[in-house]
Design a protein around this ligand. Structure first.
Ligand code: ADP
Length: 267
C-alpha cells in the first residue's frame, strides 16, 4: 500500500505524477492519493476579492485563517477544481480514480479548533471564527471498500467535525493519517523542492536520509509550511508507516524516483 500526497505548489506537474501512478497501479500497486491546494486557493481567493490571511500560532506554525467564506472558497478550489482535474489525469492514464473529500462518508473526522491562540505583531490574541481542524480518525473501511472495488481514492483536504461542520485540514498531516489508517508501507510527499534542505534554499544541503530521531531537529530548519511536512512525517512513522519520502514533484518521474530513494527518505 502506497500513499502519495501531491502538493499544490508552483511547478508540480500532474501529468508525470499520474503517468507514474498509472504504471504502478497497472502492476498491482494499491495507491491512495491525497492532495493539497493552498497555492491555488490563494490565487482564486484574491481574484474573488477575498485575499488569503495567514496566522501564526504561539507554537510557531503558520496556517490559513479560515472563516466560513474562506472555507467555502477552499472547498470550491480543492474539492472542486483540483480534485476533478487530478481524477481526470489519472483516468487518462488508465486509473479508475475516485475523487472525494474527507467529508464524504465521514472519511476524515477532525476536531474543529474552536479557538486558536495566535501571535500578531508580537502580541497574542484568540481567533474564534476559524474552521480548521486536526484529524482524529480516518474511515479506513471506506478506503478499503473503494480499493477492493478497483478504484483509486483521490482525497481533498477537508474533514468533518463531530458536530457535522466542514473543516479545512492540512493536507500533509491528512496524508499521514490516511497512510497510518490504511497501513501503508510508504508515504511519498511530492512538492516543488528536491527534498528537505538543512539550509534552505541551498540545494547542496539536501538531506538524503533522515533517521526518525533527526525529525525533531529537522523542525528547526524547516521553514513555513515545510514544518507541517516534517510533523506529518513524524505522525506517519508513529502510526506504523515504515518510510516517508519528501520528493520533487517537478521531474520526469516524480513517484518512481521517490520510490527509488531520491529526495529525503525518513525512516
Ligand atoms: P506543497 O504546496 O507542495 O505542499 P509547500 O509550499 O507547503 O508545498 O511547502 C514546500 C515549500 O517549503 C518549498 O517550496 C520551500 O519553499 C519551503 N521550505 C521551507 N523550508 C524548507 C527546507 N528546509 N527544505 C525544503 N523546503 C523548504
Amino acid at each position: 500500500m502506497l500513499v502519495v500526497k501531491i502538493g499544490g505548489s508552483q511547478g508540480v506537474a500532474l501529468g508525470p505524477i499520474c503517468a507514474d501512478l498509472g504504471a504502478l497501479i497497472q502492476q498491482g500497486q494499491k495507491v491512495v492519493v491525497v492532495h493539497g491546494g493552498s497555492a491555488e486557493t490563494n490565487e482564486i481567493s484574491a481574484r474573488l476579492g477575498h485575499p488569503p490571511r495567514f496566522v501564526t500560532s504561539v507554537s510557531g506554525f503558520t496556517s490559513r485563517y479560515t472563516n466560513r467564506a474562506t472555507l467555502e472558497i477552499f472547498a470550491m478550489v480543492t474539492n472542486g477544481r483540483i480534485n476533478t482535474l487530478l481524477v481526470e489525469q489519472l483516468q487518462k492514464f488508465g486509473v479508475n480514480a475516485f475523487g472525494l473529500s474527507g467529508v464524504d462518508g465521514r472519511l476524515m473526522m477532525a476536531q474543529r479548533k474552536e479557538a486558536i491562540r495566535i501571535v500578531e505583531n508580537g502580541r497574542q490574541r484568540m481567533l474564534r471564527d476559524d474552521y480548521t481542524g486536526k484529524i482524529e480518525q480516518v474511515n479506513a473501511a471506506l478506503l478499503r471498500l473503494l480499493l477492493e472495488a478497483g478504484l483509486t481514492p483521490v482525497i481533498a483536504p477537508l474533514a468533518i467535525s463531530p458536530a457535522g461542520e466542514v473543516v479545512n485540514v492540512d493536507a500533509d498531516r491528512a496524508a499521514a493519517m490516511v497512510a497510518g489508517a490504511v497501513q501503508a508501507e510508504q508515504l511519498v510527499i511530492l512538492t516543488n523542492v528536491p527534498g528537505l534542505m538543512r539550509n534552505y534554499p541551498d540545494e547542496n544541503t539536501l538531506i538524503p536520509h533522515l533517521p526518525r530521531i533527526g525529525l525533531e531537529q529537522a523542525l528547526s530548519f524547516a521553514e513555513g509550511r515545510m514544518k507541517k511536512k516534517v510533523l506529518g512525517a513524524s505522525e506517519a512513522l508513529d502510526l506504523g508507516v515504515s518510510k516517508v519520502i519528501f520528493a520533487d514533484g517537478r521531474v520526469e518521474h516524480p513517484v518512481l524516483d521517490a520510490l527509488a530513494g531520491k529526495g529525503t527518505v525518513i525512516s
